[in-house]
Design a protein around this ligand. Structure first.
Ligand code: BGC
Length: 709
């Protein structure tokens, strides 16, 4: 059984107050407010706060980025010197690494660390999780997001949100909706079918509201069907607040409100942004103009009250007016959670019996690659974290390697427009020749300058990757090193795939380490040396080449300067690769272990419109390890085309060598439904379905057909 230490400050007994009591208090407060006081609550009054009502004891609402750690302080006006502030937080592995753990309990633990640290730093809202669908490999913010699959996104997001909110801090799920590229994020209009919206892009947000009970949602910068997302009547009023019954606040992304009247009518509750926008806060679109419009009788005052009510509701839910739980900051326990997430999130992609490295037989290792010594916590844009420490890959390897001699050569240079550097390659090759093993640490970084987010590239906010080719001439380096020493491991960092076609056949072992947080180097070394058995699984498909990716093969990416049409529709990620029978480099759900697992005794029984899937999982190797049992559903015949298969359940199971466990999973009706946009409804079309269980989307171990009449 998995035991996750939640690693947060001591719990205080839950004090649930019924919503009816909360609303009674809120209405009493609203009754005492002037119009000006109400409107002061609807917009930012500093870079990360919005207004309170001091006369009535209502404090400001304090927000902070971001998805994988409490952001360093920028001060009220962004320029304030904050160097004296202790803001060195726990740097958690980024979203995509968390999702690779396929462990929602770990999602909870992760959220609890964030919530606790945010609370300790006096924040009310932590601006995460980022759950935009990973539609293609180039999006600069994929490292912050979770998956191409809406079911996996939902499961991980719900754990994260509950973890945060149990610490008396609001999570803020973002970016609602379809901010799936950074290229022209502030102007592009996203067009997609209703079916793609319902099946792919909405489920994570729906789960965040209905199952996670999230108190705040951030609108995206882009447009959806012609209207800005933050003030989009269909998305916000009809779906989020109407269909999903969301009671919290819809805040804008920073500077994402465009029109006062549309924001007021279409559901925006809070306009965020900083004075970097060049406007004093009272000139924001939801500030003085609103007062004037209400006074002229052009806006119903009740619309204002509704927004204030929602903001106060959030404040009550996080116990802003009474005693909040104590938070804790940058504790050993928090760093231990960061390490656990990295241990479970790093993915072993390929292993021709090279790993784990045996510490008793190796004398020398050559570590190669500028990413091996590069701290990543402060890069990437708004998700930057200043941390107490970050164990780099080289430090982690040296720590765990014991008496083994570890040499280091950079191999490539991280600099704007840097190409292959022959002198650096030559010295890396020399080092590799002299060593028993070479470990190349490469892939993406947060760009050339970790500390400025205007100069970031690759995995960064505001800019997408130019292509899937490894930067700085790394392909040439890998080719040369593996030729010099065939016992070479490639460790990739970054938020997504690289084109590996030039070297993947020659390299015997490859790991995807993502951005694994403060303890990432430790976790990586533990996996390399077999102290930890890898159990991460890819939350996204790794295509061989960019042209194979469905957003390029079927859809539009990044569109023209004004519009992007999602012709790839519901065929995102493995839904495309499986259906079109394109073999990717590494499939969704793929991830190797140092042990092996057997799947036996599969039975599937139907009960009305549900099915119970049961199987026996056995650890048939000689090391303890964890397997993610993945359950996919295929509809064998259907009026509308459906993907070859879709993930509908999973369970991560930890087993000792030789141990077996029965896994039983109930698939509810919605596991068999699809969205029929001709009928504008979710439908369960009777007929034959196949339940496929396996270790990856391309590694199905047992299947059984069932019929719904
Ligand atoms: C980002 C958000 C972030 C906000 C505040 C925006 O630029 O898109 O994700 O939370 O800034 O820093």
């Amino acid at each position: 059984m998995l035991v996750v230490a939640f690693c947060v400050s001591s719990a205080v007994a839950q004090r649930p107050t019924p919503d009816s009591t909360i609303y009674r208090n809120i209405d009493a407060q609203i009754a005492k407010m002037t119009l000006e006081e109400k409107v002061a609550m609807l917009h930012a009054n500093s870079s990360f706060t919005s207004g309170g009502v001091p006369r009535l004891g209502i404090p400001e609402l304090v927000t902070s980025d971001g998805p994988h750690g409490v952001r360093l302080e920028h001060g009220r006006d962004w320029r304030t010197d904050n160097d004296h502030v202790d803001d060195s937080a726990t740097y958690l592995p980024t979203g995509v690494c968390l999702a690779s753990s396929w462990n929602p309990q770990l999602g909870y633990a992760y959220g609890a660390v964030l919530g606790s640290e945010a609370n300790a730093r006096g924040k009310d809202v932590i601006l995460g999780p980022g759950i935009n669908i990973i539609r293609g490999p180039l999006n600069g913010r994929n490292f912050e997001y979770e998956s191409e699959d809406p079911y996996l996104v939902s499961k991980m997001a719900v754990g994260y949100i509950k973890g945060v909110q149990d610490q008396d801090v609001s999570a803020c799920v973002k970016h609602f909706l379809a901010n799936n590229q950074e290229t022209q994020r502030g102007q592009v209009n996203v067009l997609m079918s209703e079916r793609a919206l319902r099946e792919i892009y909405l489920p994570g947000f729906k789960a965040a509201v209905e199952q996670g009970g999230v108190y705040s949602v951030m609108g995206a910068y882009n447009k959806f069907r012609g209207q800005w997302c933050t003030e989009n009547a269909y998305l916000v009023n009809n779906i989020l607040k109407g269909e999903f019954g969301f009671k919290g606040i819809l805040m804008s992304d920073w500077g994402a409100v465009h029109h006062t009247a549309e924001a007021l009518w279409n559901g925006t509750d809070l306009e965020m942004g900083s004075d970097l926008l060049g406007l004093p806060y009272n000139k924001f679109l939801m500030a003085d103009t609103v007062v004037a419009l209400v006074k002229k009788g052009l806006i119903d005052p009740q619309a204002i009250d509704d927004k204030v009510r929602r903001i106060l509701y959030l404040m009550y839910k996080i116990h802003k007016f009474d005693k909040r739980k104590p938070g804790a900051f940058s504790t050993e326990a928090h760093f231990a959670t960061a390490r656990k997430v990295a241990e479970e999130g790093i993915v072993l992609l390929k292993n021709n019996q090279l790993l784990p490295l045996n510490r008793s037989t190796i004398t020398t290792i050559a570590v190669i690659g500028a990413n091996a010594t590069r701290p990543q916590s402060e890069g990437g844009g708004s998700s930057q974290v200043r941390t107490r420490y970050e164990v780099t890959p080289l430090q982690g390897i040296k720590k765990i390697a014991g008496p083994i001699k570890v040499s280091y050569s950079p191999g490539y240079e991280i600099a704007r427009n840097a190409v292959a550097n022959q002198a650096l390659i030559d010295s890396a090759v020399e080092a590799a020749k002299k060593a028993d093993f070479a470990i190349i640490v490469g892939g993406w970084t947060h760009g050339y300058n970790n500390y400025s987010w205007t100069d970031n590239a690759f995995d960064a906010e505001g800019v997408d990757k130019p292509d899937m080719t490894m930067p700085f001439g790394q392909d040439r380096l890998i080719e040369a090193v593996v030729k010099a020493n065939p016992s070479t491991v490639v460790v990739l960092t970054g938020g997504g795939p690289v084109d590996m076609t030039r070297w993947i056949k020659e390299v015997p072992a490859v790991l995807e380490a993502w951005y694994p947080g403060s303890e990432g180097g430790t976790a990586l070394a533990e996996i390399l040396f077999g102290l930890v058995n890898p159990s991460g699984k890819l939350p996204m498909t790794f295509p061989k080449t960019l042209a194979e990716s469905p957003d390029h093969a079927l859809g539009q990416y990044p569109g023209d300067s004004t519009t992007v049409v999602y012709h790839d529709d519901i065929f995102v990620g493995y839904r495309y690769f499986d259906t079109w029978k394109v073999r990717p480099q590494f499939a969704f759900g793929h991830g190797l272990s140092y042990t092996s697992f057997g799947y036996t005794d599969l039975t599937v029984t139907t009960h009305g419109q549900t099915a119970v899937v049961s199987l026996t999982l056995t650890n048939s190797g000689n090391r303890a390890g964890a397997e993610v049992v993945q359950v996919y559903v295929k509809q064998n015949r259907c009026t509308l085309r459906r993907p070859e298969k879709e993930l509908k359940a999973f369970e991560k199971v930890f087993l000792q060598p030789g141990e077996s466990r029965k896994v039983a999973i109930t698939l509810q009706k919605d596991a068999f439904q699809y969205y029929n946009d001709l009928r504008h409804a979710w439908v369960l079309e009777p007929g034959s379905f196949t339940i496929l269980c396996g270790s990856g989307s391309d590694d199905i171990r047992a299947s059984q057909a069932i019929t719904f009449r």
